[in-house]
Write a protein that binds this ligand. Sequence first.
Ligand SMILES: NC(=O)c1ccc[n+]([C@@H]2O[C@H](COP(=O)([O-])OP(=O)(O)OC[C@H]3O[C@@H](n4cnc5c(N)ncnc54)[C@H](OP(=O)(O)O)[C@@H]3O)[C@@H](O)[C@H]2O)c1
Length: 282
Amino acid sequence: MTIAVTGSTGQLGRLVIEKLKVRVPAGEIIALARDPAKAADLGVAVRAADYARPETLGPALAGVDTLLLISSDAIGQRLVQHGAVIDAAKAAGVKRIAYTSILRADASPLVLADEHKATEALIKASGLTYALLRNGWYTENYTGSLAGAVAAGALIGASGEGRISAATREDYAEAAAAVIATPDAESRVYELAGDVAFTRTDLAAEVSRQTGKTIPYNDLPEAEYARILESFGLPAPLAAILAQSDTGAAEGGLFDDGRQLSSLIGRPTTPLSVAVAAALAG
Ligand SMILES: NC(=O)c1ccc[n+]([C@@H]2O[C@H](COP(=O)([O-])OP(=O)(O)OC[C@H]3O[C@@H](n4cnc5c(N)ncnc54)[C@H](OP(=O)(O)O)[C@@H]3O)[C@@H](O)[C@H]2O)c1
């Protein structure tokens, strides 16, 4: 069986390749990369595959049985890019496609879900066997900016008291590896999220506990949070989308208690305290 993984040079993709190598012989894995040189250290075969250059995709997918399509980071262009990969997979005779979607893509209040929902529809229409890996939020989305928050003396956001079932990239990568390493003739949808949900207030309390400083959570209106993200250097459209995602989280859009992720990986998802400690340790 040959398994190919797109986005193998990204933070999630690198972890997927690492986890996959534990489950299947390295000779059965192909890392697909926009820039193959960036994947040279992965210890598996590398092929060039650029979502935005469809002519690269057919050769990249030749002989591949199972494909993991890691969603592109080019928000706004993703449907076209993903569509090109799905078309190429079908043409190349790929049998099964897994895709990193978003938690409850079909019912999510997050604007970010639109491209995922549309991609899922293309995958279903392709006739390929599929595994939709509907990933919740990465814990790193929150812990990545902790140093700045501690320096500023407060956490900010617009997620109110919304409970967020985040898990680490490593947790999601292990789940993706488990799914694609296991042959399966059935199409499936997985809602993947952390075991223990937290609010931004819980996060601030954990950061306060670990730093010994009082770091409150200041909840902001969506537009104000977007303006502040923009002032940090984020492009306006991205700032708006991230702030809207927080509003969606406030409505429960990032909460899940189905525990399918821990069931797939055979262990609890990484606790918030562990992720916070890792982030604070730098
Ligand atoms: N669940 C969440 O909380 C969350 C948060 C952020 C993002 N995401 C989604 O999950 C995906 C993976 O997350 P991540 O943390 O691994 O993101 P990341 O580190 O930014 O990696 C993105 C990957 O996509 C590749 N890529 C971008 N454009 C491409 C193209 N035109 N052709 C081929 N490859 C292309 C990048 O290649 P290069 O190395 O060449 O740039 C990189 O390997 C993201 O792309 C995004 O869709 C989810």
